[in-house]
Write a protein that binds this ligand. Structure first.
Ligand SMILES: Nc1ncnc2c1ncn2[C@@H]1O[C@H](COP(=O)(O)OP(=O)(O)O)[C@@H](O)[C@H]1O
Ligand SMILES: O=P(O)(O)OC[C@H]1O[C@](O)(COP(=O)(O)O)[C@@H](O)[C@@H]1O
Ligand SMILES: [Mg+2]
Length: 577
């Protein structure tokens, strides 16, 4: 559980709670290889209250599947926990334990092979210190290192040591002991919990700068800031480490084996941050691990920078695994990209702020249009396949939105507490209404009312039905035919316009930090990692950690309550249709 998203602690019943069975299943696949799972009892769902650490209790604890109707589960521990002190190793937590395999849960590793590492504090030599036995609940979820499978790799002094720019920096290099706490709201006596390695330059590097041959690839949908990340990888490698052999792989993963490459230099990328999109082009599908790694080998590439969303990061994990299998001196670094902000663990994805800002323009336009006519109804569709963050934040920022509909919160149209009733009431009160929709909202509802096909894109993502057009038609029909009222409907779909803009100032800075963290990590020999801010400080996160779950708006969190309080929209919790 480990402060993992989706788990919590129920004080009243003294048990661990989990939001959905699939979250538990994924967690068990990776962690609970030594637990007996016994269906126990049920009790009413409770909102998550407090993070739980599996090492917290040395006795039996119980788990209830909060927010579902599934039976509770009971985990019984068979022995006290072992310490797995090795750094840089993917050791399962419970290697010394007897294991009673539950019938219903598979225990094979996640696709990425990610397993958290139990660790203790390090001394300056990057080895565990003597106070290893202090079981204060400290867990390091570490990232792999090239020396895991190439133990004799030579090291070199980091060129930053001689850099003029860094000459007066107090601590040029990140201490090997620096880690970041995942959970920063704690209580007295609570275990220290999960930590990630702090990103940044290390004193020793595992590549001679003149021998580095790096490549950059961009995959998945667009997002503001991709070009900035590309620029900063190129400029950062060059200015900080003196690397000048950098290849751009064109057209996403399939570009490794079926497209051209382009040489990248600071001069070539100088202006690209002012443009939206990606100069390397992108694609969905086409991930063929063997072909990609063959190509990496053939080209003599030894640092791979992969910019993309959850699908891309899964692909990056597969590449890393293959590279490890072939024992190649190749570092694989993922830089998380998604306009939907749906990547777990990290505070926020790059381009998200720009997207929210850009969405304001569409919402403003809708508001201007509908307040200038009689019975004006404005509908603005924003991106958000499974996660409604853009819609939620754009609504909170705008104050002109009457109702925000997101995938996480089902809604209905007819009857008491439904959307039609609410629209009618707002039209009566204000003469106009603005609705913001995330594209993934109401998909189940919609597929029940139209002839839905289960179409997928080349990456296997389900293609969404157009909720915006559907809702527009439904509202028009309802008010004209049923209520006999002519509404003035304005539908705005700015989704691709928002995605295509260049990143704003704060996203540009954020992209720079991501790129530089990735470079420092790769140069320091880390691999199979994703970079990103965790509680505002940049960390190296095992790739599996960011792909194991999707970051979604939690309806039980205060942010959604803030939105409901600001719009006063229906909660759609009681369906009377
Ligand atoms: N489970 C997976 N394993 C390997 N590659 C994957 C996986 N899922 C997606 N990919 C690859 O990652 C790339 C981008 O995935 P996609 O889902 O389209 O976008 P995003 O990375 O933005 O989520 C595609 O080339 C796709 O083939
Ligand atoms: O470019 P496409 O294939 O139309 O993708 C649209 C999808 O891309 C996104 O913008 C981002 O998706 P990814 O993070 O998977 O790239 C979604 O919000 C949207 O549903
Ligand atoms: Mg995705």
């Amino acid at each position: 559980m480990l402060n993992t998203s989706g788990f919590g602690w129920n004080d009243v019943h003294q048990c661990v709670t989990v939001e959905a069975p699939d979250i538990l299943e994924e967690y068990l696949k990776c962690n609970f290889q030594t637990c007996t799972i016994i269906p126990e009892y049920t009790h009413p769902p409770k909102p998550l209250q407090k993070p739980f650490h599996p090492f917290q209790s040395k006795t039996t604890f119980s788990m209830d599947l909060s927010l579902t109707s599934s039976p509770n589960l009971h985990f019984s521990r068979t022995k006290t926990l072992p310490f797995s002190p090795r750094f840089y190793k993917h050791l399962p937590y419970f290697t010394n334990f007897t294991y009673n395999k539950p019938k219903t849960y598979s225990t094979k590793s996640l696709i990425t092979g990610y397993c958290p590492i139990r660790a203790q504090s390090l001394n300056q030599n990057n080895t565990p210190s003597d106070d290893d036995d202090d079981d204060d609940g400290f867990v390091l979820e570490d990232v792999p290192h090239l020396t895991n499978y190439l133990p004799d790799l030579p090291t070199y002094p980091n060129p930053l040591e001689y850099s003029q720019a860094y000459a007066i920096v107090k601590n040029t290099f990140v201490s090997p002991e620096d880690v970041l706490a995942y959970q920063i709201v704690v209580q007295k006596g609570s275990p220290r919990g999960v930590h990630f390695r702090r990103a940044g330059p290390r004193e020793k590097v595992y590549f001679k700068p003149e021998e580095v041959r790096a490549c950059i690839v961009t995959c998945g949908g667009l997002c503001p800031g991709i070009n900035t990340v590309i620029r900063e990888i190129v400029c950062g490698l060059n200015s900080m480490y003196g690397v000048n052999k950098i290849l751009g792989i064109e057209g996403g993963y399939r570009g490794f084996y079926s497209r051209n490459t382009m040489e990248l230099s600071p001069k070539i990328v100088n202006d690209i941050h002012k443009r939206g999109g990606t100069i390397l082009q992108t694609s969905r599908g086409g991930h063929d691990t063997n072909k990609i790694v063959d190509n990496i080998q053939d080209r003599g590439i030894n640092q791979v920078y992969i910019i993309g969303g959850d699908g891309t990061q899964k692909g990056a994990a597969a590449i890393y695994k293959e590279v490890e299998k072939r024992r190649l001196h190749v570092a694989v670094a993922g830089i998380p990209k998604t306009i939907d902000n749906d990547i777990a663990v990290i505070d926020k994805s790059f381009g998200f702020d720009t997207a929210v800002e850009e969405a304001q323009r569409a919402i403003n336009a809708a508001h201007v249009e509908v307040e200038s006519v009689e019975n004006g109804v404005g509908i603005v569709k924003l991106m958000g396949r499974y996660s409604g963050f853009i819609a939620m934040f754009a609504t909170l920022a705008s104050r002109d939105v009457d109702c925000c509909l997101i995938p996480e919160s089902p809604f209905y149209l007819e009857g008491q507490g439904g959307l039609f009733e609410f629209v009618q009431q707002r039209l009566k009160e204000n003469g106009h209404v603005v609705i913001v929709l995330a594209e993934g909202a109401g998909q189940d509802y919609l597929s029940g009312s139209v002839n839905a096909t289960e179409e997928k894109d080349a990456s296997g993502n389900r293609l969404l039905l157009d909720i915006g057009l559907w809702l527009t038609q439904k509202i028009k029909d309802h008010f004209t035919t049923v209520k006999g009222v002519a509404v003035n409907l304005k539908y705005i779909d700015p989704t691709y316009m928002i995605r295509a803009v260049p990143s704003n100032a704060s996203d540009n800075i954020y992209c720079t930090l991501l790129a530089q963290s990735a470079i420092h990590g790769a140069m320091a020999g880390y691999t199979g990692f994703t970079v990103g801010p965790v509680n505002s400080r940049h960390a190296y996160i095992p790739i599996g950690r960011v792909t194991e779950a999707t970051n979604v708006v939690k309806l039980t969190d205060r942010m959604w309550a803030r939105l409901l309080a600001s719009t006063n929209q229906p909660t759609f919790l009681n369906k009377h249709e």
